[in-house]
Design a protein around this ligand. Structure first.
Ligand code: IDP
Ligand code: MG
Length: 139
């Protein structure tokens, strides 16, 4: 996969609160092109696999419970410098620390329910994209 792509999820809290449109609007207005997108729900096994790197963290059970409780929007986004620029757009993990105007500042509830996921590296963007999408779902 090209390194100008990143992977995102609009997490269950954002979907529950009806923020899909507003968040996608911000993503598009920030210059990202949607390469792939779907509304889907992660199983417990999916969430445990996706977040395996965090399995020793004290919040792992809470994270899996949260990420599986309702549908998410999964998407692949394209832009120059996509991974870093998207992390800037979403803001810090804890919305209390997120910069003004960032997606997490605007839409997140808390450090655990923080509205959006963004890949942290080109390698993880490719792994996470392939976790959710087949080649024929990418455009
Ligand atoms: P990131 O999403 O900003 O990359 P990570 O450290 O990779 O943050 O954590 C993954 C996800 O786990 C976060 O987005 C959040 O939903 C949850 N999380 C992270 N830290 C905490 C915590 O201290 N308490 C509860 N949940 C957390
Ligand atoms: Mg992370």
């Amino acid at each position: 996969m090209a390194t100008n792509r990143t992977f995102t999820m609009l997490k269950p809290d954002a979907v529950e609160k009806g923020h899909i449109g507003a968040i996608l609007d911000k993503i598009s207005a920030s210059g990202f092109r949607i390469v792939a997108m779907k509304l889907t729900q992660m199983t417990k096994h999916d969430a445990e696999t996706f977040y395996a790197i965090h399995k020793e963290r004290p919040f792992f059970g809470e994270l899996v419970e949260y990420m599986t409780r309702g549908p998410i929007v999964a998407a692949i986004l394209e832009k120059d410098n996509a991974v870093d620029d998207f992390r800037t757009l979403i803001g810090a993990t804890n919305p209390a620390d997120a910069a003004e105007g960032t997606i997490r500042k605007l839409f997140a509830n808390s450090i655990s329910e923080n509205a959006v996921h963004g890949s942290d590296s080109d390698d993880n963007a490719a792994i996470e994209s392939a976790f959710h999408f087949s080649g024929r779902e990418m455009f």
